[in-house]
Every structure is written in structure tokens, then in C-alpha cells.
Design a protein around this ligand. Structure first.
Ligand SMILES: [Zn+2]
Length: 303
């Protein structure tokens, strides 16, 4: 063979070796990739740390709830046992509804071991038959509402007061009178009021319409009872002012706090006259989704 030919063979051999090397690398790469793709995350975990074959109690409980914690962000692991117990009693309810109801404490009796409420001095403060305020709680920045829109000495927290005045002013432009007749009430005032109602109607009846001391939303300085200065407040539902409130209250950050179809959640009979300041954003959300403040709290506020 000539040296040229020898060289050519050598080059060919060299090329072939490189080709084989590349092929091996490619095959190796593809196989590894495939293994990676076909290995499920669970199996991957197995590689790292072996999972015990028996499920933990917690896992079994989560299975019973169809692992709803993966779907709803308001799932609270502290309530796991309560979720399970409630599900056993309410087999007709969806898992999501079970979580919501427990977050709203619907498995508890009213006033039974109440929790001191958080978010003090904010518009998301929740006060009801499960969450209460201390006797000494007085909201900051209480200010009297202009006498144009309120009976004498009616106070709300400053931002709620301003919102209420804007609301009443807007209604007035349409010749409608929305007048505040009960706003901030101190703990001591509520003691007197509640005791008077109990005397008149008995405890059971009083509890359907009046908050026990520490449990009245009026102590937050964010709640307002209104009337039109003609009809008595219990007839507010029949007035044009009520219709206006239905359409516009949320635009000013207020919600109808105890709606007809939410007695179970709020723990109160329907009150067409009681409004609560929650801010425009929350008020709009509550209105658009037709939910109670309790439902909002149970699904949107970390407690
Ligand atoms: Zn009220």
C-alpha cells in the first residue's frame, strides 16, 4: 500500500472510532433521559429516602378528605380532626364545604369557648358568636359622623366614618335619607343593652338579634345601623333607601352584614339595617360572590 492509501485507512479508522464513541454517548444520554422521564416523582423520592409502606394517621385522614388540602388553599391542618368528625356527621356535604364550615366554626355552639379576635384596628376584624373582643377594646380614631347623616353622637372609626358620609351624601343627591342611628357601642353599653333585651324577650330570643357583650360588631366601630328618618329601622327593607343600599353600599366599602340567606353562617337573623365597613375591595368581592363576611374570612383570611 502506498503511504497515501495507508493514511486514508488510518483516517477512516479514526473517524469510525469517533463515530462509535459519539453513538455510545448518544445512546447513553437517551437511555438516561428516558429513565428520568418514566420515573414518577414518588419513585424518585424512593430513591432518595425509602417511604414506609404503611400510611401515617395523618395521611389516612387526608385520604378520607380526598386530599382536598391540595385543592383549597384555606385548608387548616390544625383542624384536621374536626374536618373528619364533621364529615362523618355530614356525609351529604362536599369536602370543600366541610373545610369552609369548620373554618367558620359551625361545628361549635355559639359562645362556646370563643377565640379572642385578631386583626384589631383593621377593616378585616371579625366579631361574631365565635370571635370576641376584650372588655377593654376601644377602636382607635373614633370620630363622630356629621349630624346631616346621623343622630347625635354617632361615632365610627375615621375611615369608615368618611366612607359612610360619602355614601349618605350620594344617596341624598337622589333625595334619599340614609341616617346612622347606632354605630360604635362600648362593651359596657352592650352589657346594658343585652341585659335589657334578655329581660324583655328572654335569653334565647335576645341571642338571635343582639350580640352578647364582647361579641357585638358595634364594638369594632365599623358597624352602623341605619334608617331613613321616617320609617322605624325594622321596616328599612321596605324603603327606597334599602334598595339604594342594595345597589350601592359596596361601592363605599359597606356590606349588608346579616343577609336573609346567611343566618346559618352569621348566627344572626336577617337585619336589613345593619351594615359593616370592610373596605371597597372586600365589599365588592362579597357582593359579587354573594357570600357572608364569615365565608370570606374562612376562605381568604389566614387565621
Ligand atoms: Zn347593628
Amino acid at each position: 500500500m502506498s503511504t497515501v492509501k495507508k493514511k486514508k485507512v488510518k483516517i477512516k479508522k479514526k473517524n469510525f472510532t469517533i463515530f462509535l464513541l459519539c453513538l455510545t454517548l448518544i445512546v447513553f444520554g437517551i437511555t438516561k433521559g428516558l429513565i428520568k422521564l418514566t420515573t414518577s416523582p414518588v419513585e424518585k423520592d424512593k430513591e432518595i429516602k425509602p417511604v414506609s409502606k404503611t400510611k401515617s394517621d395523618k395521611e389516612k385522614k387526608l385520604d378520607k378528605l380526598n386530599n382536598i388540602q391540595k385543592k383549597v388553599e384555606y385548608f387548616n391542618f390544625n383542624y384536621l380532626d374536626r374536618y373528619i368528625a364533621y364529615k362523618e356527621k355530614h356525609k351529604d356535604l362536599s369536602d370543600e364545604q366541610i373545610i369552609k364550615n369548620i373554618n367558620m366554626n359551625l361545628d361549635k355552639k355559639h359562645y362556646e369557648n370563643p377565640t379572642l379576635t385578631k386583626n384589631l384596628n383593621t377593616e378585616t376584624i371579625l366579631v361574631n358568636k365565635y370571635y370576641n373582643l376584650e372588655k377593654t377594646y376601644v377602636p382607635k380614631n373614633l370620630e363622630p359622623i356629621s349630624s346631616t347623616y346621623a343622630l347625635a353622637n354617632m361615632k365610627l372609626v375615621n375611615y369608615a366614618k368618611e366612607a359612610f358620609e360619602s355614601l349618605a351624601q350620594a344617596a341624598k343627591k337622589e333625595n334619599l335619607n340614609i341616617v346612622a342611628m347606632s354605630t360604635y357601642r362600648s362593651y359596657d353599653y352592650q352589657v346594658d343593652l343585652y341585659n335589657r333585651y334578655v329581660k324583655e324577650d328572654g335569653k334565647n330570643a335576645a341571642d338571635t338579634y343582639s350580640g352578647r357583650p364582647g361579641h357585638s360588631e358595634h364594638q369594632t366601630g365599623l358597624a352602623v345601623d341605619v334608617f331613613n328618618n321616617k320609617e322605624t329601622y325594622t321596616n328599612f327593607e321596605k324603603t327606597k333607601e334599602f334598595t339604594w343600599m342594595q345597589n350601592h353600599a359596596h361601592e363605599y366599602g359597606f356590606i349588608l352584614r346579616f343577609p336573609k340567606d346567611k343566618v346559618n353562617e352569621t348566627g344572626y337573623e336577617y337585619e336589613s339595617w345593619h351594615y359593616r365597613y370592610v373596605g371597597k375591595k372586600i365589599a365588592k368581592y362579597i357582593k359579587e360572590n354573594n357570600i357572608s363576611f364569615e365565608e370570606y374570612y374562612a376562605t381568604k383570611i389566614k387565621s
